[in-house]
Design a protein around this ligand. Structure first.
Ligand code: IPD
Ligand code: CA
Length: 273
């Protein structure tokens, strides 16, 4: 079947712009916050409203497309990736930042067809940054082409990572061990508090690499394509091939740097998405 990727993209971008207005309006107001898996894993009424706006709009336009959405999954829907065109949606990535009105947040949407990333959109409505990519057509920030830094040397790399939203002491131990394996051996580490913004920062050359274990498909779907289209490498934390449902990622400005970082990481075992 032929796919009109341009139509998918423009339809999605119109909905992203509407969703961005919803987030902007809510950003500096008091939020209604609920906990999900633990007290560090939050959801607000805006996360739910934005996810509904995006899924309803895309479903109306493309009734045979499938969806994997962060808040629908939290509400009990199954996370099944088939070969059908599937929109993977994080309505507000960086919900903790959103709750604190720290402007490092993003709407993150990836479209996969035959399990292959075709469209990636990461939109930060507060900083007015929209990162986009279409398969084979490069990566862009607000319409201007972006590329990774090209750094290959760990000692010169600025590395993003996250402690995640999991209070399991075993996970925290692995996070600290991995930080310990890199601190002093690279330029420094950063945590933006949003997986999508970390991925976007590697795509645009601000950070040279990003790794995390415990995140989900909706955190990475858009960012994987944007990093790859910007010339970067996305792999598994074990050093093998990237698997969107494995809940692990290392991305970097070069394959050498990605593999070097992966080789130093201790793994944390989790259930797949
Ligand atoms: C989280 C953020 C955070 C990352 C977590 C994600 P959410 O997403 O991206 O930076 O460390 O793994 O789950 O809950 O803010 O959408
Ligand atoms: Ca997220």
């Amino acid at each position: 079947m032929d796919h009109d990727v341009e139509k998918y993209y423009t339809t999605c971008m119109k909905l992203v712009n509407k969703a961005a207005e919803v987030i902007e309006t809510a950003f500096y107001k008091t939020k209604q916050v609920e906990s999900k898996s633990c007290d560090m894993d939050l959801v607000t009424e805006t996360d739910k409203e934005v996810e509904k706006l995006l899924i309803d709009g895309l479903h109306l336009a493309f009734p045979d497309h499938k969806f994997i959405g962060e808040e629908s999954t939290a509400g009990g829907e199954k996370c099944i990736l088939t070969d059908a065109p599937t929109w993977i949606i994080d309505p507000v990535d960086g919900t903790m930042n959103f709750v604190h009105s720290l402007p490092l947040i993003a709407i993150s949407i990836g479209l996969l067809i035959n399990k292959k990333p075709i469209i990636g959109i990461i939109c930060n409505p507060i900083l007015k940054q929209t990162y986009t990519a279409k398969d084979g057509q490069g990566a862009f920030l607000n319409g201007t082409k972006i590329k990774v830094s090209g750094e290959t040397v760990l000692a010169k790399a600025l590395i993003a990572t996250e402690s995640g939203t999991n209070d399991d002491p075993a996970k925290i131990e692995v996070v600290l061990k991995n930080l310990g394996a890199l601190l002093g051996k690279c330029h420094g580490t950063r945590s933006l508090g949003s997986a999508a913004m970390n991925l976007a920062s590697v795509a645009s050359g601000g950070c040279d690499a990003y790794y995390e274990m415990g995140l989900h498909a909706w955190d990475m779907a858009a960012g994987q394509l944007i990093v790859e289209e910007a010339g970067g490498t996305v792999i598994d934390t074990t050093g093998g091939e990237f698997d969107l449902m494995s809940r692990r990622v290392v991305c970097a400005s070069s394959e050498k740097l990605a593999k070097d970082i992966a080789s130093r990481l201790t793994q944390y075992e989790m259930e797949r998405d």
